[in-house]
Write a protein that binds this ligand. Structure first.
Ligand SMILES: Cc1cc2nc3c(=O)[nH]c(=O)nc-3n(C[C@H](O)[C@H](O)[C@H](O)COP(=O)(O)O)c2cc1C
Length: 368
């Protein structure tokens, strides 16, 4: 696992679009399923959790759905209603009061869902292809329970436009809620990725077929979000070569094509969710070099990073910062622990998803 150390390039500052990060130890987006039901509203418990982790160079929030049909798990927060914006305001205020910075991860799960999560509406996707996966619902005991996802409904061209508009509304809401940045969730087999992938996108219109056409939805989302706020407040997460939610293909050419388009649009960052934390291959340095050449903004790496891997790749100038997931769940003061070489608490997977303060806000800091 992660090896603590001192005097690292992880503690140099970094410009990311309009924002300056004081260190390069970022908190990865982590779904924790503790929003208030009904309404999927961010709450004071969540504010305390994020406040505790404000020492991160940047916090990226858990995925937050841009619309009711974009939801794919129980008790995930949304960012489409006024009540949700008020809830997120508690969180951004708490993080800023501790001197931190926070980005909202804008999420639409597409087909990785279930009618019971979307208010009875059939989940949507690029195409109506049969889909074998499981969604996380709330069981009778209030704890997560898995159920089969149904075959999704294909979005019409008009519905694609209204979905893109939902992303723009989410970006405006994020700005109004006091976020520093937004991260479009383009990874892990969710809606944006479902358009990119040939296994999930069988369309014959301008959104399917060629690489350029399959990238169209992602770029329309990027254009809508940057127009709603600003390119220097916008980044995107992608997961090339990752096998998530039924998508597993040779998509490095697509990643490089997208990187060029993101660069032309002045996006602040690309956040790589790398495949090797979930059993996939490790990204190769040759790919990282091509990505660096194709894209002008900041590049974040994430996924089973050790201290040595972070140092090596930042040292080679192949990435600029590292987002840590599970270590940040268990160590609210992770940057301080890495800086001082302190021991790390071990994460407890049983309390990752759903529940209360236990396994959420009760991991001890060094000073506790
Ligand atoms: C409990 C849990 C929830 C996650 N939720 C999200 C999420 O909402 N959005 C996302 O892009 N990735 C999500 N991920 C992936 C993490 O952001 C990260 O890429 C992954 O944990 C690998 O990093 P690590 O090895 O440092 O934990 C999640 C991972 C875990 C363990």
């Amino acid at each position: 696992m992660l090896q603590p150390g001192v005097n690292s390039s992880l503690f140099e500052s970094l410009s990311v679009g309009a924002v300056t990060l004081p260190n390069r130890v970022l908190m990865a987006p982590l779904t924790r399923m503790r929003a208030t039901d009904p309404g999927d509203v961010p709450n004071p418990l969540m504010a305390e959790y994020y406040r505790q982790r404000a020492g991160a160079g940047l916090i990226v929030t858990e995925g937050t759905q841009i619309s009711p049909v974009g939801k794919g798990n129980m008790d995930t927060p949304g960012i489409y209603s006024d009540e949700q914006v008020e809830g997120w305001r508690l969180i951004t205020d708490a993080v800023h009061a501790e001197g931190g910075r926070i980005a909202a991860q804008l999420w639409h799960v597409g087909r990785v869902s279930h009618e019971s999560l979307t208010g009875g509406v059939q989940p949507v996707s690029a195409s109506a292809t049969e889909y074998r996966s499981r969604a996380t619902l709330k069981g009778p005991d209030g704890l997560p329970q898995r159920a089969d996802s149904p075959t999704p409904r294909r979005l019409s061209v008009e519905e694609i436009a209204s979905t893109v508009a939902d992303y723009a509304r989410a970006a405006r809401n994020a700005r109004d809620a006091g976020f520093d940045l937004v991260e479009i969730h383009g990874a892990h087999g969710y809606l944006v990725h479902q358009f990119l992938g040939t296994a999930s996108n069988h369309r014959e219109d301008e959104y399917g077929g060629s690489q350029e056409n399959r990238a169209r939805f992602a770029l329309e989302v990027v254009d809508a979000v940057t127009a709603a706020w600003s390119p220097d407040r916008t980044g995107i997460r992608i997961s090339p070569q990752g096998s998530f939610n039924g998508l597993d293909e040779d998509d490095l050419p697509m990643a490089l094509h997208l990187a060029g388009e993101f660069s032309r649009r002045g996006l602040a960052f690309i956040h790589l969710s790398e495949p090797d934390w979930a059993g996939g291959p490790a990204l190769q340095d040759d790919f990282r070099k091509e990505l660096r050449a194709a894209y002008d903004g900041a590049i974040f790496g994430a996924g089973a990073y050790t201290f040595e891997k972070a140092e090596r790749l930042i040292g080679l100038d192949l990435i600029d910062a590292v987002a840590f997931g599970r270590s940040f769940i268990a160590n609210p003061d992770l940057p301080e622990r890495l800086r001082t070489g302190a021991e790390l608490n071990a994460p407890v997977p049983a309390t990752f998803y759903g529940g209360d303060a236990q396994g959420y806000t009760d991991y001890p800091t060094l000073t506790a």
